[in-house]
Design a binder for this molecule. Structure first.
Ligand code: NDP
Length: 331
């Protein structure tokens, strides 16, 4: 079985040389186990944090060990009564072709609801992140003004549409013309900012939100957070989902420089981790399935073929290569 191992810890932007494709033996399975062949794997910005040699909310990846992450695979052998050959399962042993399991911590998915890979995106971790951030953390109210950074990404694109679904005014920012176009054409949001083409993000945001922002859904941090704070209404909420602009930084970020405004504006700035909210998973899935059926939520996938290309797909997240959910399809 082929797998991608971390061979050195990235400094700054990850490089292909930090990863290596290696081969290992998998199986045979024992009584109670299943053998799974991965069909899809997810690459996610949070994995960058696990490449550092420091404990965050998830333990670091180890050198000369395979990476891990969300994956969808097919059960190809089963000695476990709960699984049959052909079942599609969601697990956390991506970055490899095959894995065995006793069935703990993995879930069967129903590929009749949506294509299997959607359970890594809109119906999976990133979709749920959007939903939890807006509904559980911000407690978003109808008619609010919402600003979303990395708005065309896996999380951001769902945030935009969930907020539109409850009649909010939504402003999104993205860093490429095709993303701007997609947001305008497909999500129905009210304004889009090409942040790489504006001189002053804060002033640009003020133009699109003359009455201020009630909720900022932060995927980026740094200058985006600073611009949001400048434009927040009193008692507004910054939902701290991610700060991708800082993940490869080798120095402390220059922005935000305006945190003092949090006091006068009485802002709430709240971080969250989606996996603390797994008790809300059924509510999320039923809400999301309904919105998908009503055509209120659409999504995009950027697909990279071949496990050997997974490091490129991962690095591409930091270069803005992906529109929507970045996936790797295994042969
Ligand atoms: P995306 O699909 O949004 O991909 C990343 C995107 O971020 C890129 O396409 C790029 O878009 C943008 N980006 C990259 N570097 C920068 C930069 N320096 N400045 C501004 N934008 C940048 O990824 P996800 O949807 O998977 O994740 C979005 C965020 O949510 C991340 O910060 C991630 O860590 C966080 N997250 C948090 C979770 C939680 O539980 N708290 C769970 C899942 C994700 P562009 O071209 O527009 O710049």
């Amino acid at each position: 079985s082929k797998q991608i191992e971390l061979v050195s810890r990235p400094e700054g932007m990850p490089q292909k040389s930090n990863f290596e494709l290696r081969t290992t033996e998998v199986g045979p399975i024992q009584d109670g186990e299943i053998l799974v062949k991965n069909r899809w794997m997810s690459v996610d910005p949070y994995m960058r944090g696990r490449m550092k040699d420091s404990d965050s909310y998830v333990p670091p990846f180890q050198i000369d060990q395979p990476l891990e992450g969300g994956c969808i695979g097919e059960v190809i052998q089963s000695q476990n009564a709960d699984f049959e050959e052909g079942d599609m399962v969601l697990g956390n042993l991506g970055w490899r072709e095959y894995w065995t399991s006793n069935g703990g911590g993995i879930t069967k998915i129903d590929p009749t609801i949506a294509p299997a890979q959607a359970f890594l995106g809109a119906l999976g971790m990133t979709g749920m992140t959007a939903w939890v951030g807006l509904h559980k953390i911000a407690q978003l109210k109808k008619g609010s003004t919402v600003f979303v950074s990395a708005a065309s990404g896996a999380v951001g694109s769902i945030v935009c549409q969930l907020a539109k679904a409850i009649e909010c005014r939504v402003i999104g920012s993205a860093g490429k013309q095709e993303k701007i176009q997609w947001l305008q054409d497909k999500t129905g949001i009210d304004a889009v900012i090409h942040y790489k083409e504006v001189d002053n993000l804060s002033q640009e945001l003020a133009k699109h939100a003359p009455d201020g922002i009630d909720v900022y859904f932060d995927n980026v941090g740094s200058d985006h957070l600073e611009a949001a704070i400048d434009n927040m209404n009193d008692f507004g909420c910054c939902v701290e989902c991610g700060m991708i602009a800082t993940y490869n930084a080798t120095e402390a970020p220059a922005a935000p420089r305006n945190l003092f405004k949090v006091i006068a504006k009485r802002l709430r700035i709240q971080g969250f981790i989606v996996r603390d909210h797994m008790d809300a998973k059924d509510e999320f899935v039923s809400d999301m399935a309904k919105l998908i059926q009503q055509d209120k939520v659409v999504w995009e996938e950027s697909i990279t073929d071949g496990i050997e290309n997974a490091p490129n797909a991962f690095i591409g997240l930091f270069e803005g290569d992906n529109l929507g959910k970045q996936l790797v399809r295994l042969s």
